[in-house]
Design a protein around this ligand. Structure first.
Ligand code: 4FD
Length: 466
């Protein structure tokens, strides 16, 4: 990731980010940072960059010309995402940070005085962003806040790779309190349960604390959390059929969009996937689809449903577009907590250099998907004498799939080992592993049962819009 910051105070940016974890990331070239001094693009002999506002009113405004020239000197051809930090922006959040972390390059524009001439903003800014409802003397601190939040999501920046994913703000709960040595400080003892060594009890205590803290300090988040838990309870009524929805919510990915009785829609904005279920009947399906806000529907690219009535209603509401059923089948889930045996030994994480192999041995939805999955450390390869002979992994929606083994290596348990390997990795992350099996794939269906997975009784449909 390359960050460029257009500012009147470049040393403030460099000094602020050169220490601690962002500093280490800079040294290790995991991120690049360049602070560009807007004043150097002033055509005025005194380096003036501000002037009075037309129409009167207090304060000075940064002029268009130096800002535009500084920006123009940074962009290479195509329009780079340019963020103007302003109290009038869209509120920055963990989800927004995650979205921006996908970019290769970001330009931040920092205003001073009363802001910047609107005409240059209209020409260069792609995102107006605010870090909260308060006014600061300049945009530098908000830019640094955002750069920090984005940087820690870049693979390798945090040393413990998992920590960025499983921390605060997932599942709408605040982090529980933590304690370190000494056991007694200022007469206060560390809670006994944390010294018990009983991991189940500790997890339950932490959960209780998270709930209590969220209820007290963030009633808004707590309301979301309660609703989500209630929906999970409903979905658990038919766990195997709804495993993708349950896991999507539990893994902190999607959000409950609508819910009435046993009709639920969950939307995962990262993979632009809508997940729908109803108990039965065309009426419930029609009400569910009608209740989905237009902006969600506009964004949606894929859908998973549990009823053909939903498919019809979706097709009706998206009348202008073609909705294609790409697959019909069942969910398979592994509900035990014990690791599966992995008989084939040479299974390793796929490397960026390997991406051509999965790219050419599977029909992926997008050309950059194999590389993206490898970067996410979600795909594993089976090797024979150092040559790749198969792979398996999980997709961005979380389901395990895309299992492939080369012809001459089949029927030796390598596919089973690959899938078992992925299941074990997901168990380590605290997930309930699951996958989708198309109904015509009898070999795969048999394999799931042999491995101890359970199939859903009901059918699942995958839809794609074009
Ligand atoms: N809440 C924020 C961003 C910038 C800022 C400025 C117009 C003032 C707060 C444009 C007016 C920039 C924020 C500089 N204060 N101050 O994110």
């Amino acid at each position: 990731m390359k960050f460029k910051v257009l500012t009147l105070f470049p040393e403030m940016i460099m000094d602020g980010l050169k220490t601690s974890i962002t500093g280490r990331a800079l040294e290790n070239n995991l991120i690049e940072l360049e602070a560009v001094n807007i004043r150097e693009y002033s055509l005025d002999k005194h380096g003036k960059v501000d002037d009075y506002t037309y129409g009167g009113g207090a304060g000075m405004l940064m002029q268009a010309q130096p800002v535009y020239d500084a920006w123009q000197a940074q962009v290479s051809g195509r329009k780079t995402r340019t963020i103007y930090v302003t109290p009038q922006g869209r509120l920055f959040s963990q989800a927004y940070a995650a979205e921006l972390a996908q970019e290769e390059e970001l330009i931040f524009l920092c205003g001073h005085y009363e802001g910047i001439d609107q005409r240059v903003l209209d020409e260069v800014v792609t995102d107006y962003v605010s870090i909260g409802d308060y006014v600061l003397t300049g945009g530098e601190l908000p830019a640094m806040v955002m750069i920090d939040a984005i940087s820690r999501l870049i693979p390798g920046v945090l040393h413990n790779e998992e920590s960025a994913e499983t921390e605060s703000f997932h599942r709408n709960l605040l982090e529980y309190p933590q304690y370190s040595r000494p056991e007694v400080w200022h007469g206060q003892k560390v809670p006994d349960v944390l010294l018990s060594g009983d991991h189940r009890k500790i997890a339950a205590w932490r959960m209780e604390q998270s709930e209590k803290l969220t209820r007290e300090r963030r009633p808004d988040l707590y309301a979301k959390y309660e609703r989500q838990e209630a929906v999970i309870q409903v979905l658990l009524g038919e766990k195997r059929l709804h495993i993708h929805m349950i896991e999507n919510l539990r893994r902190g990915r999607g959000e409950v969009i609508c819910w009435k009785d046993r009709a639920v829609c969950v939307y995962d904005p990262d993979c632009r996937l809508g997940m729908f279920t109803v108990a039965s009947g065309r009426d419930a399906a029609s009400q569910l689809i009608e209740a989905i806000p237009q902006n969600i529907l506009d964004d949606m690219r894929f859908a998973v449903t549990t009823d053909i009535a939903i498919n019809r209603e979706l097709a009706d509401r998206l009348s202008g577009d073609t909705i294609r059923i790409t697959s019909e089948g069942r969910m398979a889930c592994y509900t035990q907590r014990t690791f599966l045996p992995v008989k084939y030994k040479d299974i390793r994480l796929l490397q960026e250099a390997d991406q051509e192999y999965p790219a050419s041995h599977w029909e992926w939805q997008d050309a950059d998907q194999p590389a993206e999955r490898i970067r996410a450390k979600a795909f594993y390869g089976a090797y024979a004498e150092d040559r790749l002979i198969g792979f398996c992994g999980w997709l961005s929606d979380g389901r395990i799939g895309y299992l492939y083994v080369e012809e001459e290596y089949r029927r030796q348990g390598i596919g089973t080992s690959l899938e078992a390997f992925c299941i074990n990795r997901q168990l380590e992350m605290g997930f309930v592993p699951y996958g989708f099996i198309p109904k015509e794939n009898e070999v795969a269906l048999k394999m799931q049962i042999n491995m101890g997975l359970y199939l859903s009784e009901g059918c699942i449909w995958w839809l794609e819009r074009s």
